[in-house]
Design a protein around this ligand. Structure first.
Ligand code: HEM
Length: 409
C-alpha cells in the first residue's frame, strides 16, 4: 500500500452510496484511510466474497502488521471491533469452541418458539404508534425500529427488569437514537460495566435465557468458556444483535414508504415480506464497512497483491450495489429481483449467527406495520435525513413518516 492518493472514508458522509460508486470504480481493492487507519477496502461483490472466504485472510488480530497496529488510534469504532475477544475475531478450532454453544439458541426450533413473543412486542408497539396523531410526523427509528430488537435481544439474553431502564439509556446512545447523548467510548464503558454486573447477578437466578445457558456451560465445563469469553459473547450478542437490526428495519421502512409500487406488491401478496427484507439487506445494507481481515502471508486477491499483515475492510453496502453482480439496475429497489443473493450477513465460517433472528424480526415488524397503517407516507425526502455518524452502520438518524389512519378501526 502506498500513502498517496488514498480515499478517506467519511463517517458523516451524506451519500454513502455515491462514495461507494467511486470506490468500486477505483478498483476491487482500494487503499483507503478509515478512522486514521490505512486499509484496503474490498468494494465489489466478487472481491468481498473472495476476501471473506480466502484461506490466507484471517480475522485474528495477531496477523495485523505490528507497527501498523501500534500506530492505529484507540477508542475508535474500528478499535472496538478488532480488539473484541469473542468468536468474531477467533479462527479455526477456537472459533468453533466459542460459536458452538450459541448455535442452539438461533436454531429454527428456538426461533419458532420465539415468534409469538416478537409478534406480541410488535403489536404493543403498533398500538403505541396508533396513539400518535395520524397527521403528525412520527420517527419510526425511535418509536418502532429501535425498541423491537432491543426488547427481543434483552429477553433472549435474560436482562432483569430492574436494569432495563439504565440499559435503555445506554443503548439509546449506542444505537444513535436522537434526543440523548451520542455514542462515545465512555458510554460503551458504562454499558460494558452494566452488562458485567448483570451477568454476576444472574449467577444465582437461572432462567430460560442465554446468560443462564452460558453460565451453566461454564460451570459444567469451565475449560470450554472462560469468564472473559462468556462476558465478551454476551456483549457481542447484545450489540451485534441490536443496532444492525434497527438499521435494517429503519432502512426497509425508508425504502418502502418512498416506493408505493413496491408496497403494492407486498400488500397484494405478489411478493412476500421476506423479499422486502432481503432486497433491503442488498440495496441498503445495515453495515457500511466492517473491520477486519488480515493477510496471513503475501497473497494476491482479484489481481491485487497484498503484503503479509495488511488489513482489509469489508464494504457490505458497496457490494450490495455492485453492477457487476446485479447489472445496471443495481441501484434500483426491486422486490421482484431474483434471486436476491447478497453478502450483508457475511459469508463463510463467520456468517452472521443472528441472521435468522434479524430476518424474522424484520419480517414480523414490516408486515404488521404496513397492515396497520396502509396509508403510511414519508414525512421528509430521503436526502433531508441526516446519516448516522459512523463508519460501521448505514442508516439515518431518524425516519419520519405520516402514519395515516389505522386500518379496520
Ligand atoms: C440485520 C441485522 C444484522 C446484520 C446486517 C448482521 C451482519 C453481520 C455480519 C456481516 C457478520 C459477519 C462479520 C464478518 O464476517 O466479518 C455478522 C456476524 C455476527 N453476527 Fe450479525 N448481523 C445482524 C444481526 C445480528 C443479530 C440479531 C445477532 C444476534 C442476536 C447477530 C450476531 C452476530 C454474531 C454473534 C456474529 C459473529 C459470528 C462469528 O464470528 O462466527 N447479528 N453479522
Amino acid at each position: 500500500m502506498t500513502d498517496d492518493s488514498r480515499f478517506i472514508l467519511d463517517p458523516a458522509t451524506s451519500d454513502l452510496h455515491a462514495d461507494n460508486d467511486r470506490l468500486r470504480r477505483a478498483g476491487p481493492l482500494v487503499p483507503v484511510t478509515a478512522e486514521g487507519v490505512p486499509v484496503w477496502a474490498a468494494t465489489r461483490y466478487a472481491t468481498l466474497l473472495a476476501v471473506l472466504t480466502h484461506p490466507d485472510m484471517s480475522r485474528d488480530i495477531r496477523f495485523w502488521d505490528a507497527a501498523a497496529r501500534a500506530a492505529a488510534p484507540s477508542g475508535t469504532a474500528i478499535d472496538r471491533i478488532v480488539t473484541d475477544t469473542s468468536m468474531l475475531n477467533a479462527e479455526g478450532e477456537e472459533h468453533r469452541r466459542l460459536r458452538q454453544p450459541l448455535t442452539a439458541a438461533f436454531s429454527p426450533r428456538r426461533l419458532k418458539a420465539l415468534r409469538p413473543r416478537i409478534e406480541q412486542l410488535t403489536a404493543e408497539l403498533i398500538d403505541r404508534l396508533a396513539g400518535f396523531p395520524p397527521d403528525q410526523p412520527v420517527d419510526m427509528r425511535k418509536e418502532f425500529a429501535y425498541p423491537l430488537p432491543r426488547d427481543v435481544i434483552s429477553y433472549m439474553i435474560g436482562i432483569p427488569d430492574a436494569h432495563q431502564e439504565r440499559l435503555h439509556e445506554l443503548t439509546d446512545a449506542v444505537a444513535q437514537i436522537g434526543g440523548g447523548p451520542d455514542d462515545s467510548p465512555e458510554l460503551r464503558h458504562d454499558l460494558h460495566v452494566l452488562l458485567g454486573q448483570i451477568i454476576e447477578e444472574r449467577r444465582g437466578t437461572p432462567g430460560e435465557d442465554l446468560i443462564t445457558d452460558l453460565i451453566e456451560l461454564r460451570e459444567r465445563d469451565g475449560g470450554r468458556l472462560s469468564n472473559d469469553e462468556l462476558f465478551a459473547t454476551i456483549e457481542l450478542l447484545f450489540i451485534a444483535g441490536h443496532v444492525t437490526t434497527v438499521n435494517l428495519i429503519t432502512n426497509a421502512i425508508g425504502a418502502l414508504v418512498n416506493a408505493p409500487d413496491q408496497v403494492k406488491l407486498l400488500t397484494s401478496g405478489e411478493c412476500p415480506f421476506s423479499a422486502a427484507v432481503e432486497e433491503t439487506l442488498r440495496w441498503d445494507s445495515p453495515i457500511a464497512y466492517f473491520p477486519m481481515r488480515y493477510a496471513r502471508r503475501d497473497v494476491e486477491v482479484e489481481g491485487v497483491a497484498l503484503r503479509a499483515g495488511e488489513p482489509v475492510l469489508a464494504c457490505f453496502a458497496s457490494a450490495g450495489r455492485d453492477p457487476e453482480q446485479y447489472g445496471e439496475s443495481a441501484h434500483v429497489y426491486d422486490l421482484t429481483r431474483q434471486p436476491v443473493n447478497h453478502l450483508s450477513f457475511g459469508h463463510g465460517p463467520h456468517f452472521c449467527l443472528g441472521a435468522p433472528l434479524a430476518r424474522l424480526e424484520a419480517e414480523v415488524a414490516l408486515s404488521a406495520l404496513f397492515a396497520a397503517f396502509p396509508q403510511i407516507a414519508p414525512a421528509a425526502a430521503p436526502e433531508e435525513l441526516a446519516p448516522l455518524n459512523t463508519l460501521l452502520g448505514n442508516s439515518t438518524r431518524t425516519m419520519p413518516v405520516l402514519l395515516g389512519p389505522r386500518a379496520g378501526r
